[in-house]
Design a protein around this ligand. Structure first.
Ligand SMILES: Nc1nc2c(c(=O)[nH]1)N[C@H]1C(S)=C(S)[C@@H](COP(=O)(O)OP(=O)(O)OC[C@H]3O[C@@H](n4cnc5c(N)ncnc54)[C@H](O)[C@@H]3O)O[C@H]1N2
Ligand code: MOO
Ligand SMILES: [Mg+2]
Length: 634
């Protein structure tokens, strides 16, 4: 008898998809189908039948023609709960599991696991791969959700779950386990984030192949590195970059300005109980008069923070303070200033001053227990600190800080503190870059000035690559005779040199370089000081935030031009402006004089950039233009 007829397949699709922003992972589109469809396609030929374990969107899963089984336990208790349901419905001797986010699972999974189960007389066989860790040491990696189990294990699993334990590996420890080594580690790759999903979507057939710039650029209808639009460049950068996968727990206050690495889940209802929004009288809405007045008996008083056993019957009310728990029977609060008369032990209410249900705050109306209070990717602001504190949480998981190395290139540059030789300029780009990176919350590594010298450049790029997640350079990316930077960048990795249809900031280098087993993203910004800043804001900033896993779009707004602006269609222009409010309090903007890309003074005088897109022509006085205010810009 072939292995197939003894095995039922179970696709585990019952998770919360927490790392994917709580989307239903299995149903995410991937290479023309969904993730679960890819898994089904690979699993079905290996087994007698397949069932899907899912806890939401059941009709969509049913559309694949398989039985869909919800967890018996309820409440997203993890893969063991799915396994329990799968074993309960398993009509064959063996059950094979695979997660819904592993579209590359091996075609011989069932066969090889079954072989080991038999030969080792084990209860369960589990896939293992050998993978080198960061020090190059090979480690055994167990993949507990790729398992083949005897259906007879159900009573043991029921008993294990009844203890409250939920970890797969914990349960396996109580069983006879056969480990089966598979050589192709990439086949067990599971997709945890939308970023990975997107990366693999474009990555060609082999998931282990790194994404190349050429592969990303091939998605554009036309790719001309000599005439790139701002939008295309932003798109390529966004598609090429993937977020770093590393987080840390920090004390709440230290989370300010950091990026949340996980959803903050509310452990409690906020507020924890129905309460009053006003100082006044809690009453039954049904007692409110349709006309004339009603006088209610005051049976007691409730203060905020003190539990109450008071309960109102018809004709009764309770004196209550803001935040006080609503007494049983009450659903409405009369603010005391709306009472027609307040007597000794009674209050009189006129018709029409109040509707039933007014001034009551519901338990959980701010946040419901188990709900997402703040989604991962949010940059933590003061209000978020307060919200997290209101949940009683003292720590949160944040993305580890991004390490960004930067240096300036050019023989003509001198550092602050050095004498200024003839023909030289002081290096200002390292200071603007320091400021912008610091504002983004990066750990910065200032590598100083690097001369136009191949050896020095190579050493600097390699050192940056080995010590940082990203490297930002300025200068040397145009095609001037002394621009050694380009040649060296290209030698160390996959780097594109673009001429963009924009002003300032026309040349830009972008890519990924490698050195001694490490890699880093590279942004080669143009040397002219204003061009450096503009390129940073419109390309590097979003890319760095994306690496940090942050969700922080540019805060653009619209303002009226106080004077006409000359603008040539066909390129984007970023002009320095001063944003203010007109006599009616509406935003207005004027330019700050000379706009040459070496003129930092007008950048310093500006408080915004006027963003004029490719297709825009001359701007007339009073026209609305897009503006990027510097204040509040991360
Ligand atoms: N024939 C062409 N020449 C240039 C083009 C072009 O398309 N064809 N593009 C121009 C544009 S636009 C820009 S922007 C610059 C960019 O050139 P590089 O990135 O190669 O930068 P450098 O040549 O090294 O420097 C340009 C300029 O900026 C000054 N600079 C450089 N670094 C700093 C610094 N850290 N602090 C202060 N000032 C700096 C440098 O002294 C030069 O004056 O190329 C145009 N040329
Ligand atoms: O890109 Mo350049 O910024 O115009 O000087
Ligand atoms: Mg140059």
């Amino acid at each position: 008898m072939s292995v197939n007829s003894k095995v039922s397949g179970l696709i585990l699709a019952g998770g919360r998809g927490t790392r994917m922003g709580r989307v239903d992972k299995g149903l995410q589109p991937f290479r023309g189908a969904t993730l679960v469809a890819h898994v089904l396609q690979r699993l079905a030929p290996q087994v007698a039948s397949v069932a899907i374990n899912a806890n939401r969107n059941l009709p969509q899963y049913e559309a694949y023609g398989c039985p869909v089984l919800g967890d018996e336990l309820g409440g997203f208790e993890g893969p063991l709960a799915g396994l329990q349901t799968g074993l309960r419905h398993c009509a064959t001797e063996l059950l094979l599991t695979a997660p819904c986010d592993s579209p590359f699972l091996p075609p011989d999974l069932a066969q090889r696991l079954a072989g080991a189960l038999d030969s080792q007389d084990a209860d369960v066989a589990v896939a293992v791969t050998l993978e080198a860790d960061e020090h190059g040491v090979v480690q055994r990696q167990l993949h507990p959700v790729f398992s083949l189990l005897r259906a007879s294990l159900l009573p043991q699993l029921d008993a294990y779950l009844a203890t409250g334990a939920r970890r797969m590996e914990g349960w396996y420890k109580t069983l006879r386990l056969a480990e089966v080594v598979f050589e192709d580690a990439a086949a067990f790759r599971n997709i945890n984030t939308l970023g990975e999903l997107q990366q693999l979507e474009h990555a060609g057939a082999q998931p282990e192949q790194p994404l190349t710039l050429a592969a990303v650029a091939s998605c554009l209808s036309a790719y001309d590195p000599e005439a790139m639009s701002v939008r295309d460049a932003q798109r390529i950068i966004g598609d090429f970059i993937t977020p770093i996968q590393s987080s840390e727990k920090v004390a709440l206050r230290s989370a300010l300005d950091r990026v949340l690495a996980q959803d903050v889940i509310s452990p409690i209802n906020v507020p924890a109980y129905d309460n009053s929004a006003m100082d006044g009288y809690a009453l039954r809405g049904a007692d409110l008069p349709a006309e004339g007045t009603v006088t209610l008996e005051v049976i007691g008083i409730v203060y905020a923070g003190r539990p109450t056993a008071l309960a109102c019957g018809p004709g009764q009310c309770v004196r209550i303070m803001t935040g006080g728990a609503m007494p049983a029977g009450c659903d409405t609060v009369l603010p005391q200033e709306l009472a027609a008369a307040i007597g000794d032990g009674s209050v009189t209410i006129a018709a029409g001053v109040l509707r039933a249900g007014d001034n009551r705050r519901f338990k959980g109306e701010d946040l419901a227990e188990g709900g997402v209070a703040i989604a991962r990717g949010k940059v933590v602001r003061p209000a978020d600190l307060g919200l997290i504190a209101s949940l009683g949480l003292a720590e949160v998981a944040v993305q580890r800080r991004l390490r960004v190395a930067f240096f300036s290139t050019g023989d003509e540059l001198r550092s602050v503190g050095e004498p200024l030789d003839t023909g030289c300029v002081y290096d200002s780009n390292r200071y603007t870059l320091f400021g912008m990176l610091q504002r983004l919350g990066c750990d910065v590594i200032d590598m100083g000035i690097v001369k136009d010298d191949t050896v020095a450049l190579e050493a600097a790029l390699r050192s940056g690559c080995e010590n940082a997640d990203a490297i930002i350079t300025s200068g040397g990316v145009s095609d001037g005779a002394a621009d050694y930077t380009r040649a060296m960048m290209a030698r160390l990795g996959d780097v594109a040199f673009w001429k963009l249809n924009m002003r300032p900031g026309r040349p830009l280098a972008f890519g990924k370089i490698h050195s001694n087993g490490r890699s880093a993203w590279l942004f080669g910004l143009p040397g002219n000081p204003v061009a450096t800043m503009v390129s940073f804001y419109f390309f590097a900033r979003a890319a760095l935030l994306h690496m940090m896993g942050a969700n922080a779009p540019l805060p653009l707004l619209r303002a009226r031009a106080q004077a006409g602006i000359r603008k040539r269609p066909g390129r984007s222009e970023f002009q320095r402006g001063v944003l203010s409010t007109d006599a009616d309090g509406q935003p207005q903007v004027r330019l700050t004089g000379a706009q040459g890309s070496g003129i930092l003074r007008s950048m310093s005088e500006a408080n915004c950039m006027v963003v004029l897109r490719d297709d825009q022509g001359n701007v007339a006085q009073g026209d609305l233009v897009e503006v990027l205010p510097f204040e509040g810009l991360l």
